[in-house]
Structure formats: structure tokens, C-alpha cells
Design a protein around this ligand. Structure first.
Ligand code: FAD
Length: 556
């Protein structure tokens, strides 16, 4: 499937359609849950619309640890059925986007005083391999302390007793969202960012039949009519339940999780690691990726503004102390932290439980007005959550249900039957695009983000060649052009934060290219000078926010 035309330049006609058609299903929220439902419902033939108040994946779905889990943590809680389901689910998500959901070998160090001990870890990983249906080549390997230290020389050795190797799957959460959205568009879904849901519209029997929405880019309002409305607003779910007067019984409990990014040279780990924090037994990830290492996460009760959770100095201290205690030669300080992100877990409140003890299971609420709300859950289980919601929508509509098809729907950009074809595509595109001088690493990172659609980005680089002589600038603008024309990039931060991930993983590059990028966007989308200034200010605020814990105030 090629890239759909999906651009802010088509916004006017999209708004006209949203204001004039009666949809069978209207989804509020363009995180992974809403995007997954949009794909499931549209591929089953429902006339579907989705609105997102900011940008796709703006909420929790761009701020996770970016792993598709196999369910190891559920084993600890003896939720065996869940391990079985999650392991199989992971295989499906990998199959449908093998360039975007990749196996990542993890080292679990076993240390004196840690929660994991040798026999227990070995047994747990063996049960996990069996229950989760782990592929033969990814099954657990147990190591003695010497082998573990050889594999990861930065680990402290005085308490090291051994290690276990197992696999998690790494992804890019925000890209998983946008690929679901783009695939849903291919099935006829109408998806619009920067469009927020306001008050609900009810019929005479008190049933929700649509809502008042605001176009956040123009300030104009519209009414969207729908037979069924789904609230997939993540941490904002309860605000919408409140608007519907149905916030009774179970409620959300938000917990904050922070991740830190340090340059790879500052923490040159050979393997991704999942290790014990000795003080409280919490598990922390350290993951090397594209020239950086990221660390996380914290898990603290949160009751502040949902819009802008921040990484605080105390979060940084917690994570750096943990890392420095397990990797003593590293000696990380807050000055080494290049970027950070903070996200909110929309969990279901349970009396007397600490953040880490709260279940990650999802729950569906259907109010008397017919509003369906979905809360809790994980990125990993998004397809199954979407299936449950869509099944429920069909029941509510009393419509014949052809059944869920998403297990067999490759996401946009997937044109691979085998893993080796991805590396072959990188080589081929690099070989064919020498004339536009895009570095091999850039092509490689594009293929693992955009899959086969990388060829369209390269085509834009050819188009730009006569006017943009600098090869690095050409590559950035070609990627941006693709984002504007095929991924509804409306604002500078949509591109730098969520489409390209550069604000988190290549912070200095954003500072370098932001001016060229806004000039290109202004020309592509006819932006006024005032809007360009406002967009630039917002991006600068986000750049600062990623390192705000240092107390810095100036971005050059
Ligand atoms: P969101 O992504 O928050 O989406 C909700 C959307 O609704 C937002 O974009 C918001 O702007 C929009 N919205 C809100 N109100 C309105 C309105 N009125 N009108 C229109 N739109 C609206 N899971 C994993 O499987 N693996 C991991 O490694 C992992 N790590 C995590 C690490 C952290 C620190 C956190 C916090 C979570 C992690 N999770 C992980 C969990 C996972 O990220 C979440 O479960 C998932 O992203 C939630 O997605 P969502 O779509 O429900 O919510």
C-alpha cells in the first residue's frame, strides 16, 4: 500500500465532511487505543471518524518505554492467561509491521539482594518461553557471573551472580499510532488532528448521538453526528465521562513515568538491560538505540495537569542513582541528560495499591447514554483492546458483524515477508539513491520508521535536489515533506516530536534544523508569519521542557 494523501491542506474538505455526514462510529482520541479502534472498525466496514485534540500520539502513546512486551511481568503476578495472550499478540503485531516492531535481546542481571535469583529467574523464563509461545531462537539463555560480566563489562561485579537473556520487542510508539491511522484511512476512516471533542449531543431518549467539536487550528466549531461514540482519551477518559454525567464506580488513577536520554558514549552498554533497583525492587530498563541510551522508568502517583507532565529534578535523581549504583564506572550526572519525556499511565484505581501494584488490564465502561469508554491497558495489547471495543460497538449498533480482521492487516509501510528483506531494502535504496547523497545510516533509520514508504521520501529528496544543495538539509526537508503531505503534520512539533522522534533522540539536530523546517512548512502550507512564530515558540518550549530539570532557560 502506498502512502495516502493525508495533509493539512485538505483540512477544509475534511471538516465539511465531518460536519455533514452521520457516522456509525466517532472515536475521541488519537492515541494507540483510538487509532487501533479506527483501523478495526473501518476494516469491518463501519463508517468511522476519529478526532484528536492535539496531534496523534500526543498523550501517553508517544511517551512510553516503546516496548511491545511478551508479558514477563504478568508471570510475577501469576496471571498465566495474560502471559499466553500477550505473547501471541506480540507475534501478530510484529508480523504486521516487522520493520517497526523488532526483537530486542535483553539482559537480566542477577545480583545479590535483588528480587531475581538464579533458580527463580531460570524457571520463570522457561515458563514464559512456553506460555508466551516464544520463538526457538529467542528462548532464554542463562549465564554465569563471568559470562554476564563479559557480555556487559559496565555492570558492577561485586554483587553479580549471573544473568538471563530473553527478548522484548522494541517499537516506536508514536509511529505505531500514525501507521494505524494511515492504514485506517485506507479503509475509509476520516481522521483529523487538532479537533477536540466538547459537549455531547443527546437524542430524546438521552442517548449520545454526536458532539460539539472545535477546530483547534481555526477556533471554529462544528457538530459531528454519530450513532455511536467511543471515548478513547487515555488519561483524559474521566473528563469525558464527567461531561457525560457517567463518572461513577471505577475511576482512573494516573501515575507518571519518566525516561531520560543520554549520549551513547556516556553509557555505552553492549546490551539492552532490565535490572533491579536494589532499594525498592523496581525494574528499570536501559536501552541503546541510534547513538543514544535511554533509561526508565519511574512510577509515581500523579494529580497535576494532564496536559503537560514534566520530568522533575527528583525523577532524574532517582533514575541516575539507580543507574550509577548498578554501573559504577558510568557516573552519570544531570548534565549528561540530553533529553527526557514524561508520560501518564491511565490505570484503573484500586484502593490501597501502590502505583507499581496497580493492574495494567484494560476496562470498558458503557454509560446509560451509550457512551463507550476504554481505559487502562498497554501499548502491547492495543489490537485486542480495539477488537473488544469494536465488538461492543457492533452489538450497540445491532449490526451484523463480519468479525475482526486486524490480525491479518499489514500496517502502512509493511512490504516484508521476512526480516532479511528489511535489510535488503536498506541496501537497495542506498544503492539507488547515491545521487541525492543520503547517508546510509539515514536510509537505515527511515526504513525502520517508514518501511517501504522510504522510497517516497527519497523521491522527495530528488525533487528538492535542484534547490537544496546541502545534502543533510535535503534529507531533513524530504522527510518533512513526506510528513506534511502524507502524515498530516500541521505543526513543527508534530514532525520533530512524534513523526521523526528527533526531539527525544537527536535533540541537537532539532536545534540545528528548526528554522529551515519552519520556512519549508510555511511555504508548503501557506502559514502566516504569526503562525510560524507561534509554532517556533511552542517547539522551543518543548525543547526546554525536555531538559527543564536542569533549570536552563536559553535555547540557541
Ligand atoms: P493516549 O495515548 O494518551 O491517547 C489519548 C488521546 O486522546 C490523546 O492523544 C489526547 O490528546 C486525546 N484526547 C483527550 N481528550 C480529547 C478530546 N476532548 N478530544 C479529542 N481528543 C482528546 N505500554 C507498553 O505496552 N509497553 C511499554 O513499554 C509501555 N511503557 C510505558 C511507559 C510509561 C512511562 C507510560 C506512562 C506508559 C507505558 N505503557 C507501555 C502504556 C502505554 O503507553 C499506554 O497504555 C498507551 O499509550 C495508552 O494509549 P491511549 O491511546 O489509551 O492514550
Amino acid at each position: 500500500m502506498g502512502a495516502p494523501e493525508f495533509s493539512r491542506s485538505k483540512r477544509k474538505s475534511q471538516l465539511e465532511r465531518l460536519g455533514s455526514i452521520e457516522y456509525e462510529l466517532l472515536i475521541i482520541g488519537g492515541g494507540i487505543t483510538g487509532a487501533g479502534i479506527a483501523l478495526d472498525a473501518s476494516s469491518r466496514g463501519l463508517k468511522t471518524a476519529l478526532i484528536e485534540k492535539t496531534d496523534y500520539a500526543y498523550g501517553t502513546s508517544s511517551r512510553s518505554t516503546k516496548l511491545i512486551h511478551g508479558g514477563l511481568r504478568y508471570l510475577k503476578q501469576l496471571e498465566l492467561g495474560l502471559v499466553y495472550e500477550v505473547g501471541r499478540e506480540r507475534a501478530i503485531v510484529h508480523r504486521n509491521a516487522p520493520h517497526l516492531v523488532l526483537p530486542e535481546r535483553m539482559l537480566l542481571p542477577i545480583v545479590e539482594g535483588g528480587t531475581l535469583q538464579r533458580f527463580g529467574t531460570s524457571l520463570a523464563l522457561m515458563v514464559y518461553d512456553l506460555l508466551a509461545g516464544v520463538r526457538k531462537e529467542e528462548r532464554r539463555v542463562m549465564l554465569d557471573s563471568k559470562k554476564t560480566a563479559e557480555l556487559e563489562p559496565l555492570l558492577r561485579t561485586d554483587i553479580l551472580k549471573g544473568g538471563g537473556l530473553y527478548y522484548e520487542y522494541r517499537t516506536d510508539d508514536a509511529r505505531l499510532v500514525i501507521e494505524n491511522i494511515k492504514t485506517a484511512i485506507g479503509y475509509g476512516a476520516e481522521c483529523l488532528n487538532y479537533c477536540s471533542a466538547g459537549e455531547f449531543i443527546y437524542n430524546e431518549e438521552g442517548k449520545v448521538r454526536g458532539l460539539h467539536a472545535v477546530d483547534e487550528l481555526s477556533g471554529e466549531t462544528l457538530e459531528i453526528k454519530a450513532k455511536q461514540v467511543v471515548n478513547a482519551a487515555g488519561p483524559w477518559v474521566d473528563l469525558l465521562r464527567k461531561k457525560d454525567n457517567s463518572l461513577q464506580g471505577k475511576r482512573l488513577q494516573l501515575t507518571k513515568g519518566v525516561h531520560l536520554v543520554v549520549p551513547y558514549e556516556k553509557m555505552p552498554i553492549a546490551e539492552a538491560l532490565y535490572f533491579d533497583r536494589l532499594e525498592d525492587g523496581r525494574m528499570i530498563f536501559a536501552i541503546p538505540r541510534d547513538g543514544i541510551t535511554y533509561l526508565g522508568t519511574t512510577d509515581t502517583v500523579y494529580a497535576d495537569s494532564i496536559e503537560s507532565p514534566e520530568c522533575l529534578a527528583e525523577d532524574v535523581e532517582y533514575l541516575l542513582d539507580t543507574v550509577n549504583s548498578m554501573f559504577p564506572s558510568v557516573g552519570l550526572t544531570p548534565d549528561d541528560v540530553e533529553s527526557s519525556w514524561a508520560g501518564l499511565r491511565p490505570l484503573i484505581h484500586e484502593d490501597g495499591k501502590s502505583p507499581s501494584e496497580l493492574s495494567r488490564k484494560d476496562e470498558l465502561f458503557e454509560s446509560e447514554s451509550g457512551l463507550i469508554s476504554i481505559a487502562g491497558g498497554k501499548l502491547t495489547g492495543y489490537r485486542m483492546m480495539s477488537k473488544r471495543v469494536t465488538d461492543q460497538v457492533f452489538k450497540a449498533l445491532d449490526k451484523s458483524d463480519p468479525g475482526c480482521k486486524t490480525a491479518d492487516i499489514p500496517l502502512c509501510g509493511t512490504a516484508f515477508k521476512q526480516q532479511r528483506e528489511i535489510a535488503e531494502l536498506v541496501e537497495r535504496i542506498f544503492g539507488e539513491s547515491r545521487q541525492v547523497e543520503i547517508p546510509f545510516d539515514k536510509i537505515r533509520s527511515w526504513v525502520y520508521r517508514y518501511g517501504s514508504l522510504t522510497e517516497e521520501i527519497v523521491a522527495y529528496a530528488y525533487q528538492l535536489q535542484p534547490t537544496v544543495k546541502d545534502a543533510r538539509k535535503r534529507a531533513i526537508l524530504a522527510e518533512l515533506a513526506f510528513g506534511i503531505r502524507h502524515e498530516q503534520v500541521c505543526r513543527l512539533s508534530d514532525f520533530f516530536v512524534r513523526r521523526s522522534g528527533m526531539l527525544y533522540f537527536q535533540h541537537p539536530e532539532v536545534i540545528h534544523w528548526k528554522q529551515d523546517a519552519i520556512e519549508f512548512m510555511a511555504a508548503e502550507l501557506s502559514l502566516t508569519e504569526a503562525e510560524c512564530n507561534e509554532q517556533m515558540e511552542q517547539l522551543e518550549a518543548e525543547l526546554l521542557s525536555a531538559i527543564a530539570f536542569r533549570g536552563e532557560r536559553v535555547i540557541n
